[in-house]
Design a protein around this ligand. Structure first.
Ligand code: IPE
Ligand code: IPE
Ligand code: MG
Length: 236
């Protein structure tokens, strides 16, 4: 068994398979999304128990806007409900909430509650929960390129000063360490526009279960798998 040093500093999860879970149970897709809320709690608890300081959850992608309007609005309502009903828990669990993605695209009511919860939890320090909402990595990278281009245009930077560090500082994740471990549920082996820059050296663990069936034990198993990997970062 490895030492505590190999506990990941940041776990990112692509919470996939809610629709298929619902289908298996003969339920409408939205019930799958609803059932997934319990798994979020399990993932937070497991990370807290292990001492993982950052957990990022992919909750809604840029591409998910193209789903039927009824599903999109159900997802936004569920998100609002989650934020309202979990605020007490987040405070008790000492969780700081942050968000990445094109938050401005969310409905005003969702933005309001999100901003409130982020403000109220800003000084909590046991774990940072980052929700990726209306998030797409290509959009994020393009926005960073745009900011840097403007900075060059107005004389803030010289083109030779554009390093990987400067670029990373213009991403939504500027103050968040890169994920060490990327988990995707439902057996799909793809990244779907999630943290493309940041996962360059993340270890990937694919879990066959659908997200609503994900429990603490599944996160512990993924971390155990991560601890068996030999990370080389391009070196020998
Ligand atoms: C993940 O589950 C949740 C979101 C993308 C919002 P899906 O809704 O993608 O479920 P499947 O993949 O269709 O089963
Ligand atoms: C990725 O899942 C996005 C989230 C989990 C929020 P999708 O279900 O949207 O991705 P694809 O369509 O399978 O690639
Ligand atoms: Mg899916």
């Amino acid at each position: 068994m490895k030492s505590f040093h190999s506990i990941p500093k940041h776990i990112a999860i692509i919470m996939d398979g809610n629709g298929r879970w619902a289908k298996t149970h003969g339920l409408p897709r939205v019930q799958g999304h609803r059932a997934g809320a319990e798994s979020v709690r399990e993932a937070i608890d497991a990370c807290k128990e292990l001492g993982v300081p950052y957990l990022t959850l992919y909750a809604f992608s840029s591409e998910n806007w193209s789903r039927p309007e009824a599903e999109v609005s159900a997802l936004m309502s569920l998100l609002e409900k989650f934020l309202k009903t979990k605020l007490d828990d987040l405070m008790k669990q000492n969780v700081r909430l942050q968000a990445i993605g094109q938050i401005e695209r969310l409905p005003a009511s969702t933005r309001k509650i999100l901003a409130d919860v982020m403000e109220l939890t800003a000084n909590n320090d046991s774990i940072t929960l980052v929700l990726a909402l209306s998030y797409g990595s290509r959009e994020e990278i393009t926005a960073a390129a745009r900011k840097i281009a403007k900075g060059v245009q107005d004389g803030t930077w010289h083109p030779d000063e554009i390093t990987t560090e400067l670029f990373a500082s213009q991403l939504d994740t500027a103050h968040i360490p890169d994920p060490d471990l990327l988990i995707r549920t439902s057996g799909e082996m793809r990244v779907s526009n999630f943290l493309l820059w940041q996962i360059s050296y993340a270890e990937m663990v694919i879990v066959d279960k659908c997200w609503p069936d994900f429990r603490q034990g599944d996160l512990f198993a993924a971390v155990a798998e991560y601890q068996k990997r030999h990370r080389r970062f391009g070196s020998v």
